[in-house]
Design a protein around this ligand. Structure first.
Ligand code: NAD
Length: 336
């Protein structure tokens, strides 16, 4: 059993903690939270050990009458690895503490690529993360692009890709970010940072532009790419259909919008209504000359969760990419 501590219990951290707790080869050593609230109360009810960042936090839990097992430093003693799910750039500050405790660490996409030995998407470069001490699971958008472009690249070779990302303005709980009534170039320069981030995993030529819109339900990407080898729309559908954690959806089946996709995940009974897979609209997949185009969506709150679990298995070199993806998928109800 690999003992895994999750530091940071927000949008990503609480989902990663639940996913780790479901693995039969991992044990959740605990979660680290800044202060007591309803989230820590629910975590305690699940039987998770709760730690605070420092002694002031421990005192705050005591004052609130919530059980706290100690500080982050103490939590690290009982862990083999930590998954850092603190806000962007906080992981960089935490790395020295993990290193001094001799612990392996997984970081998230809000950190710069230099924080880790490898930037990671399980189906693209699991082998590169085998035996590594520090791995960075890339952002939700980068993960989504790597899953589909990785499959297309493996099947036909991507000469170059251009992507427009239509981004959710905030996660549902981020009330300070909204409401907004505007379309915001995010940033008003091309390329956005997403292209270089994809290149930290996949060595392809890619240019990205991003726009923020007033929604909390998923991102949508419009992908145009030129291919090295010819393919038909049916070939592209086959390649995407066989890619792990990618699902083809159709408007004919009433997948008319991101709202419908989230409703689907809720109807499936998925925890928190999470859609870990990248849905690609079947009718958007089109081929014109040497070019392929398609539209896909990304559930930003959860699609990186299975990658965090696979990153731990890669770092401890316990099994192959295929075995890890299969195990993680089975635990989260992902069909392939
Ligand atoms: P979040 O703000 O929802 O959660 C972060 C949590 O960490 C909060 O509960 C906060 O109180 C806590 N925290 C802050 N400082 C801390 C510290 N020093 N020690 C311990 N806990 C601390 O953030 P998030 O959306 O979960 O993002 C976490 C990471 O995941 C970031 O790198 C982000 O870029 C990345 N990410 C986010 C999304 C997304 O859409 N939300 C998607 C993919 C990746």
């Amino acid at each position: 059993m690999i003992k895994v501590l999750v530091n940071g219990y927000g949008t990503i951290g609480k989902r990663v903690a639940d996913a780790v707790a479901k693995q039969d080869d991992m044990q959740l050593a605990g979660i680290v939270k800044l202060k007591p609230d309803f989230k820590s109360r629910i975590a305690a009810a699940k039987g998770y050990h709760i730690f605070a960042e420092g002694s002031e936090g421990v005192a705050a839990f005591d004052a609130a009458g919530q059980r706290c097992s100690g500080t982050l430093r103490e939590a690290l003693e009982g862990a083999d690895a930590v998954i850092d799910c603190t806000p962007g750039k906080t992981g960089a500050q935490n790395k020295a503490l993990y290193a001094s405790a001799g612990k392996s660490a997984v970081f998230q996409g809000g950190e710069s690529a230099g924080i880790a030995d490898v930037s990671f998407v399980a189906q693209c470069n699991y082998a590169q993360a085998r035996g590594k001490k520090y791995v960075r699971v890339v952002s939700c958008n980068t993960t989504g692009l790597c899953r589909t472009l990785g499959a297309i690249n493996a099947a036909f070779g991507v000469e170059s890709a251009n992507v427009v990302l239509v981004r959710r303005a905030a996660d549902p709980g981020q009330v300070r970010e909204g409401p907004i009534n505007a379309i915001v170039p995010d940033p008003a320069k091309i390329p956005s940072h997403h292209g270089p981030d994809v290149q930290s995993v996949l060595p392809i030529s890619i240019t990205t532009a991003a726009l923020k819109i007033p929604t909390t339900l998923m991102h949508v990407h419009v992908v145009f790419c030129r291919l090295k080898r010819k393919c038909s729309a049916a070939d592209a559908i086959n390649a995407l259909e066989s890619a792990p954690r990618v699902m083809l959806v159709s408007t004919a089946d009433d997948f008319a919008s991101t709202a419908h996709l989230i409703e689907y995940a809720r109807d499936l009974g998925r925890s928190r209504g999470d859609l870990y897979e990248i849905p690609v609209w079947r009718e958007s997949i089109s081929v014109n000359g040497g070019g392929l185009a398609y539209m896909q969506a990304v559930h930003q709150e959860c699609n990186v969760v299975p990658e965090n679990v696979d990153a731990i298995r890669a770092m401890f070199d316990v099994c192959s990419a295929e075995e890890s993806i299969k195990k993680t998928n089975a635990s989260l109800g992902i069909s392939k």
